[in-house]
Design a protein around this ligand. Structure first.
Ligand SMILES: [Zn+2]
Ligand SMILES: [Zn+2]
Length: 163
């Protein structure tokens, strides 16, 4: 493991079929809504040479901090995503290219990580969430309701349906 994600591709780029493995780690901060990765991401993969460049196939792993959208529980789990990126001497639409005989995998790896971060994570598929009136976590403590709470936004609705 190197402590950066810049790798030499001399001897591979422009040499079809040549392969070389690579691995490295780098700190990354990327967040989507309430989910975030703010830690080291580990990137491993293989470069394969082509006529005018190099194809990188890679796997990124990083811890992602998640917040349940229903009950607000926070936890961290490992996120693992795979991707590929082609590099030639001409920059692509994202600006990725072979520069001075090296490629920088941090951009492509961060891109894949950002796409894989869950937008609406749930602590479990059937999370019951929080009581909208008292905030009780309904997963651990079933709320019996609030019959005496006339300040509740639902109290007036209840009156409508009472005979
Ligand atoms: Zn939950
Ligand atoms: Zn309640």
């Amino acid at each position: 493991m190197s402590d950066a994600l810049i790798f030499k591709v001399e001897g591979i780029a422009g040499h079809p079929g040549q392969k070389r493995g690579f691995s490295g780690v780098q700190h990354v901060h990327v967040s989507v809504l309430d989910s975030a990765v703010d830690d080291e991401m580990a990137v491993t993969g293989t470069f394969t040479g082509t006529v005018d460049g190099v194809e990188a196939a890679f796997t990124v792993t990083a811890p992602v901090d998640l917040t349940c959208t229903r009950c607000l529980t926070q936890w961290t789990e490992s996120l693992e995503v795979t991707g590929s990126q082609y590099f030639s001497r001409t920059p692509d639409e994202d600006g990725y290219a072979i520069v001075d005989g090296t490629v920088d995998m941090s951009g492509p790896a961060t891109d894949e990580l950002a796409l894989a971060i869950p937008l609406a994570p749930l602590c479990k598929p059937d999370c019951k969430g929080l009581c909208p009136i008292c905030g009780t976590d309904l997963n651990t403590d079933p709320c019996d309701g609030h019959p005496d709470d006339s300040d509740s936004p639902f109290a007036s609705l209840k009156d409508l349906f009472d005979p």
